[in-house]
Design a binder for this molecule. Structure first.
Ligand SMILES: Cc1ncc(COP(=O)(O)O)c(C=O)c1O
Length: 343
């Protein structure tokens, strides 16, 4: 039986959370002299709501998740770091990742002095067999499953998530930063049946708000209340809260952009596949394509010289780089340059 008290660090369980002025007063008031703010009204002279309740109500509606199962972070990167701080004992717990995958899991593990166990994906970038994963899951801590995975672009089936979670004492974190571009169902639907599951999503990708730095974690109310306990009091600023509320109220426009990006992804795939310098294009459920070239380094250098920056992943996956799907115009310019390199 999963027990939050056994996986949370003792110092976190025992500490008292900071109680801000805006946490303590819940009633109606007209004069606010409790937070040492500048009294001259502007749209930013007051501290934001520490628990972002209006924002969470809006997220709750579009994600169909109750408020108490939602954490909002300064990007999902903040949620990743807080998960380490709350649920990994430095020098004792471990974090498990399946490389090649998103780089921040390793960085956050290092910052928090947590041993990292790397179990590589298969040649086709699937999770390894259970026999290769389960015996490794000896310590508690965190398992990260990035789905769709960055930089490979493919997704993990929910059966694999369930299997890993049921064989692990710690938390399984499914990072769904790219889920809006995927036909796979979100792991949010598994929250009810998997108590040790955390699902990360973000407003940085499909919702077009990378500059606002807002990400979400969905999990049991017990896990969420620990994250709330240790987060900085005002981790989401007022401008970002407004930006997310605004974009959610224009959800149809987000959906249209997602459709367009997927259409462009398909168009770019066909165009890139006609290049003789390309040896492979991997399947993608995300807003990028992972492409293997005969000689990625020289093409990367040529693109840079033409002012086009793609993400070189050659150190992780030989001769590959990751191309984000741009606008129709940007993708056409990229193709023009690539076509010229080949000629
Ligand atoms: C898989 C994955 N998770 C999380 C993030 C971070 O997202 P955020 O902007 O919400 O911090 C990224 C950003 O590239 C990502 O690729």
């Amino acid at each position: 039986m999963f027990d939050i008290n056994t996986i949370t660090r003792k110092n976190i369980l025992n500490m008292q959370a900071y109680s801000s002025a805006r946490d303590e007063f819940k009633g109606k008031a007209t004069i606010w002299l409790d937070a040492n703010e500048n009294p001259n009204a502007s749209n930013l002279n007051r501290y934001p709501d520490p628990l972002q309740l209006r924002l969470k109500a809006s997220v709750s509606k579009i994600k169909n998740v109750p408020l108490e199962k939602i954490f909002v972070g300064n990007g999902s990167d903040e949620a990743i770091d807080l998960l380490f701080r709350a649920f990994c004992e430095p020098g004792v717990s471990k974090a498990y990742i399946f490389p090649p995958t998103y780089g921040m899991y390793k960085v956050s593990a290092a910052i928090n002095n947590i041993d990292l166990v790397e179990v590589p994906l298969t040649e086709t970038f699937e999770l390894p067999t259970s026999q290769k994963i389960i015996p490794n899951l000896k310590s508690d801590g965190l398992v990260f499953i990035c789905s769709p995975n960055n930089p490979t672009g493919n997704s993990t089936d929910s059966d694999r998530i369930k299997e890993i979670a049921s064989n692990f004492k710690g938390l399984v974190v499914v990072d769904e930063a790219y889920i809006d571009f995927s036909t796979h169902k979100s792991a949010i639907t598994l929250l009810q049946e998997i108590p040790n599951l955390v699902v990360l999503q973000t407003f940085s990708k499909a919702y077009g708000l990378a500059g606002a730095r807002v990400g979400t974690a969905f999990a049991s109310p017990e896990i969420i209340s620990i994250l709330n306990k240790i987060k900085p009091p005002y981790n989401i600023n007022s401008l970002s809260i407004s930006a997310v509320l605004n974009v959610i109220s224009n959800k149809e426009s987000v959906d249209e952009q997602i459709d367009e990006i997927i259409l462009e992804r398909n168009r770019l795939r066909v165009a890139v596949s006609n290049l003789t310098c390309v040896t492979k294009i991997f399947p993608s459920d995300a807003n990028f394509l992972l492409v293997e070239f005969i000689d990625s380094e020289s093409i990367f250098t040529e693109l840079i010289s033409q002012g086009i920056v793609v993400r070189n992943r050659g150190f992780q996956i030989k001769n590959c780089f990751r191309i984000t799907i741009g606008t129709k115009d940007e993708n056409e310019k990229l193709m023009n340059v690539l076509n010229e390199i080949v000629l």
